[in-house]
Design a binder for this molecule. Structure first.
Ligand SMILES: [Zn+2]
Length: 196
């Protein structure tokens, strides 16, 4: 199902719209430190998409907010459908390249298909099997998907169980991951309700 899938411009434009909707919800709140107003304060980013998501390389801003009160300036970066923490590659590509790496006959074949160095995809597979399995999204997902998805074949084992076409499944998994894309927005999943 995920072989030969391409993430086109429309897919990524859809993610920009989702991130903009999240930002709007987050900006309607006040600074959680001092109650001051939150102002727009994006970060410049230079993300990569490899061969699977070249369209993502146009994203040059990570939407973010900053407290407007002098002396506070607390940062509040809301969850994102595009950027997965500090990773250079966008989240959708981390997901798909991991799927390809799991299914490929060899590291070289995966590298050819994704354009991503095999040491990078191996690191991602270790993350899916390790830190990801102790994260709130995985614990919640495991509760919903009975029996729980096999840890050794994450993220494929989750995608296989989500509804919709291949790209819709990737978007759903990004929605699950969104709360872990930022450390400065605790409880960020409230901004995602009803979006996907
Ligand atoms: Zn503040």
């Amino acid at each position: 199902m995920f072989g030969g899938i391409e993430l086109g411009i429309e897919f990524f434009e859809g993610l920009v719209a989702l991130d903009a909707a999240i930002l709007e919800r987050a900006a309607a709140e006040r600074c959680r430190d001092c109650g001051g107003p939150l102002h727009r304060g994006d970060y410049p980013r230079k993300p990569r998409g490899g061969l699977l998501g070249l369209g993502a390389e146009a994203f040059d801003r990570r939407f973010s907010l900053c407290c407007g009160r002098e002396g506070c300036r607390h940062r509040a970066t809301p969850p994102s459908f595009r950027f997965l923490g500090r990773r250079v590659y966008v989240g959708a590509v981390v997901i798909l390249a991991s799927v390809v790496a799991l299914a490929a006959q060899s590291a070289r074949a995966a590298e050819r298909a994704t354009g991503i160095a095999s040491r990078t995809s191996r690191r991602w597979l270790r993350w899916w099997r390790g830190p990801f399995t102790t994260s709130a999204p995985f614990v919640e997902l495991s509760g919903r998907l009975v029996p729980a998805p096999a840890r050794c074949s994450l993220p494929t084992s989750v995608l296989e169980r989500l509804p919709g076409e291949a790209t819709a499944r990737v978007r759903r998994l990004l929605a699950w991951l969104a709360p872990v894309t930022t450390a400065s927005s605790p409880g960020g999943s409230r901004f995602l309700r009803g979006l996907v």
